[in-house]
Ligand binder design. Structure first.
Ligand SMILES: *[C@@H]1O[C@H](CO)[C@@H](O)[C@H](O)[C@H]1NC(C)=O
Ligand SMILES: *[C@@H]1O[C@H](CO)[C@@H](O)[C@H](O)[C@H]1NC(C)=O
Ligand SMILES: *[C@@H]1O[C@H](CO)[C@@H](O)[C@H](O)[C@H]1NC(C)=O
Ligand SMILES: *[C@@H]1O[C@H](CO)[C@@H](O)[C@H](O)[C@H]1NC(C)=O
Ligand SMILES: *[C@@H]1O[C@H](CO)[C@@H](O)[C@H](O)[C@H]1NC(C)=O
Ligand SMILES: *[C@@H]1O[C@H](CO)[C@@H](O)[C@H](O)[C@H]1NC(C)=O
Ligand SMILES: *[C@@H]1O[C@H](CO)[C@@H](O)[C@H](O)[C@H]1NC(C)=O
Length: 555
């Protein structure tokens, strides 16, 4: 049903954009850009798209404009008394495409949130189908070459951090060169995107924002709440980033990554050898086996040839595959266990295939044909953050700090290190304070073991916004979409429909153990047995959404 590649990421971003860009019958360029919302049918029924005009620079409203690619799954109750306006979604990244998200999963979100709302999303300025677009390479081939060779696991070699830092100097030079032509970079900040969202709310004829933001989408939501506290209608911030830390370009404080990996060992042990092929006689023994395997692979990479691709399972690929699996354990732990068990036997095929990296086909010479996600990630993150002028020694210190937080810390290093030579900015934009007396309290949600957005960040952020409440989902994975919880969905629905917040301290259970998710026919383990029809539908919808996640390498 889903062909799909949605992956909601703080760091890892994956999209089906290439497929969308080639989809016949709908071409964004042919759509008129307007300050009103003029919806046109697009992709599959009943989706509609619009291009929305905003000023590139809000201090110069008559100057250049940007065209924001918007998409909606319309409320079937529009025009009736039950209609409750749009809910905007942001899938994170930064740099992820909201168009992609809804093209893949609009129907599922409508089912989860109910028919009262239009489900609306957009490509933030600089991203994907929005124009002008962040793009620093003259051809896609050059981008692929630079990106694919750039940012491995920096722990794979002794000069890993120094190489990443040196490449950041090249990136900075390319960006500077491009920016001298298009003067775009400084406009691609989250403050401006928050202002764009306010314009979208107003274009809908509404006064207040209703919003569900994931991961980086929580930075966007918190920024909106600080800039326009009296325009907050409903704000659900899910998989909460410590925005202060984000704007400081530190990308560190606390990390629950190791805790998330521990849930792999624990759930594999509990599942037993039939369901978990990487099983050993205790969770600790499983952890030890993974350590040994990693050491072996670091010395002896495994070649893989599949029908459509070929390459090596080496230290970096193994580490990145495991790390990315932590985002969505209900989807990825079962195949990960199989892939690791095969790898112990010297067969790297299954593990290799977990990362969806089709070989790059070179249309050398054509100008960049596809939306350029990677460039937008760098652009938004480096522009948002405090200026980074780290020397290579600073960068090495920084990675050591990250490694003290988690044994996976080095995989987060790129977020800061890649900004080391970013062009200096002439103008100030919002980087805090992250506080606000909002016109309706914010609902923050975090998982007990989220690999990149620890629940501690939700509690920290909530303190800046009086009245707001933190809801905890008792699961591993990134954002609540990573695991099935009727309880979480019910709290989200009550909040959106009635404005009701959960009591302080509520912890939502999830349905079913991780390692039976691979046996979808079993109603008991899916959490369907003994439930009302409506709840069963929601569980199925959440399953479809999860199955549509697809792993991609970090960049
Ligand atoms: C935005 O416009 C103002 C007013 O014209 C100008 O001072 C400022 O430099 C512009 N900002 C950017 C990033 O160009
Ligand atoms: C990463 O590198 C540091 C420094 O060389 C080392 O201490 C650490 O064990 C490495 N981490 C992993 C997970 O290999
Ligand atoms: C790979 O190719 C072989 C031989 O053509 C075919 O039998 C097999 O089904 C293919 N495997 C996949 C996963 O497509
Ligand atoms: C390796 O595993 C794949 C399944 O992932 C299987 O198709 C293939 O036959 C195995 N190769 C060998 C040499 O056993
Ligand atoms: C919120 O309201 C409280 C009480 O009136 C006030 O002390 C505080 O400064 C306000 N915070 C902001 C960010 O306006
Ligand atoms: C909203 O409130 C109404 C009236 O109190 C109640 O019947 C309904 O169940 C609530 N809806 C949700 C989703 O909580
Ligand atoms: C479903 O899975 C549970 C737990 O593994 C097991 O106890 C039960 O017998 C299974 N039910 C069916 C119908 O297979």
């Amino acid at each position: 049903m889903f062909s799909t590649k949605v992956f909601i990421g703080f760091i890892a971003v994956a999209t089906a954009l290439a497929a969308l860009a080639q989809e016949p019958g709908f071409i964004w360029d042919k759509l008129e850009t307007s300050t009103e919302l003029k919806w046109t049918d697009c992709y599959t029924q009943p989706l509609q798209c619009a291009r929305f005009q905003v000023p590139l620079n809000y201090s110069d409203p008559e100057g250049r404009s940007a065209s924001i690619a918007m998409i909606r799954f319309p409320s079937p109750l529009a025009g009736t008394e039950q209609y409750m306006g749009p809910v905007l979604l942001n899938p994170g990244g930064p740099g992820s495409s909201g168009v992609d998200l809804l093209a893949e999963a609009g129907a599922v979100f409508s089912q989860i949130l109910g028919p009262n709302f239009d489900i609306v999303s957009f490509d933030p300025r600089g991203v994907a189908f929005s124009t002008p677009r962040a793009s620093f390479f003259p051809t896609e081939a050059q981008r692929q070459f630079f990106v694919s060779s750039s940012f491995d696991d920096v722990n794979a070699t002794s000069d890993g951090v120094a190489r990443m830092w040196a490449r950041a100097q090249i990136l900075g030079a390319l960006v500077t060169r491009q920016d001298q032509k298009d003067h775009l970079i400084e406009h691609l900040n989250t403050e401006n995107t928050a202002r764009d969202m306010l314009r979208m709310v107003e274009a809908h004829g509404q006064e207040k924002l209703q919003y569900w933001g994931f991961s980086y989408g929580t930075v966007l939501g918190a920024t909106f709440a600080s800039l326009f506290p009296d325009r907050v209608g409903r704000l659900i911030l899910d998989g909460v980033v410590d925005s202060e830390n984000y704007y400081a370009a530190r990308w560190s404080d606390t990390l629950d990554t190791d805790k998330t990996l521990q849930t792999f060992f624990d759930s594999c042990f509990e599942a037993g050898p039939d369901l978990c092929p990487f099983y050993e006689s205790s969770a600790q023994a499983i952890a030890r086996k993974l350590d040994e395997l990693t050491r072996t692979i670091a010395l002896r990479p495994i070649p893989v040839i599949t029908n459509t691709s070929y390459g090596l399972v080496d230290y970096a690929r193994l580490r990145v595959t495991i790390f990315n699996s932590l985002y969505a354990p209900y989807v990825y732990f079962p195949p990960l266990a199989q892939g690791l068990a095969d790898l112990v036997r010297g067969n790297g095929t299954a593990l290799y295939q977990m990362l969806d990296t089709p070989l790059f086909d070179c249309n050398c010479g054509t100008p960049v044909p596809l939306p350029t996600i990677t460039d937008a990630i760098f652009a938004i993150r480096c522009t948002d953050g405090q200026e980074v002028r780290d020397t290579v020694d600073d960068a090495e210190d920084y990675v050591r700090q990250l490694l003290r937080l988690s044994q996976w810390g080095e995989l987060l290093a790129i977020a800061r290190v890649s900004c080391a030579a970013w062009p200096r900015q002439q103008n100030k934009h919002f980087r805090g304070p992250l506080v606000g007396n909002t016109s309706h309290p914010i609902l923050w949600i975090g998982n007990t073991a989220d690999p990149v957005t620890p629940i501690a960040s939700a509690h920290k952020m909530a303190r800046g916004y009086p009245g707001s409440v933190v809801l905890t989902q008792d699961s591993p994975g990134h954002t609540t979409l990573a695991a099935p919880s009727i309880c979480t969905v019910q709290h989200i629905q009550s909040y959106l429909l009635n404005g009701t917040l959960p009591a302080e301290g509520v912890v939502c259970p999830v349905t079913g153990p991780i390692f039976s998710a691979s046996q979808p026919s079993n109603d008991t383990t899916r959490g369907l047995a003994g439930r009302q029809e409506a709840d069963q539908d929601i569980i199925r919808a959440l399953e479809r959404l999860r199955q549509s996640f697809k792993l991609r390498p970090l960049f």
